[in-house]
Design a protein around this ligand. Structure first.
Ligand SMILES: [Zn+2]
Length: 172
């Protein structure tokens, strides 16, 4: 795997006082969580005016590498005490991958339950007093400042139970 030098691009950005978008917590290709200790490839689409960053696990990068023409680099996520993702980290990564997907009613419902769970666990902070966004809840990841909107959705108790059972499987 050959990585292009990015120094000139970064110098150019520093000169313009631009900062790099922060690394995502899940793979841009398939949505798996990017965990502590894992290697990843970050790709910057420098063709756009808005700089778009995508992060990939190594195996997905191999699938998409040929189509990517911008700047990229490889890194390894710092080890934490535990090498496995905690359920809360998995929940947050899953939440982020759902946000990126095409919105479907199913996804909106799962996302709503996930956001409420993460809010209670401190993984997301709800922004208060949002105006002009009737049924949207605005959430922020406290560590990174990444901000998302989540649709407030009606659920029957049966739907709620189903979603919770599915989430337990996904994040445990
Ligand atoms: Zn992947």
């Amino acid at each position: 795997m050959i990585f292009r030098p990015i120094y000139s691009k970064i110098q150019e950005m520093q000169a313009k006082n631009l900062s790099l978008p922060s690394r995502a917590r899940s793979c841009a290709h398939k949505g798996e969580p990017l965990c502590a200790g894992e290697e990843y490839v970050s790709y910057l689409d420098t063709e756009n005016k808005e700089m778009v960053r995508e992060d990939f696990c190594i195996s997905c990068w191999k699938e998409v590498e040929e189509q990517k023409k911008g700047v990229f680099w490889r890194g390894r996520i710092a080890e934490k005490k535990q090498t496995k993702c905690t359920p809360d980290e998995k929940a947050l990564a899953y939440c982020q991958s759902l946000i990126k997907d095409e919105p479907t009613t199913d996804h909106e419902k799962i996302l709503f339950v996930l956001a409420l769970y993460l809010e209670r666990r401190g993984g997301l902070t709800r922004c208060r007093h949002a105006k002009g966004v009737a049924d949207l809840l605005i959430y922020e990841i406290p560590d990174t400042g990444e901000t998302y909107s989540v649709k407030s959705t009606f659920l029957t108790p049966q739907e709620g139970e189903k979603i919770i059972a599915r989430l337990n499987e996904t994040i445990s």
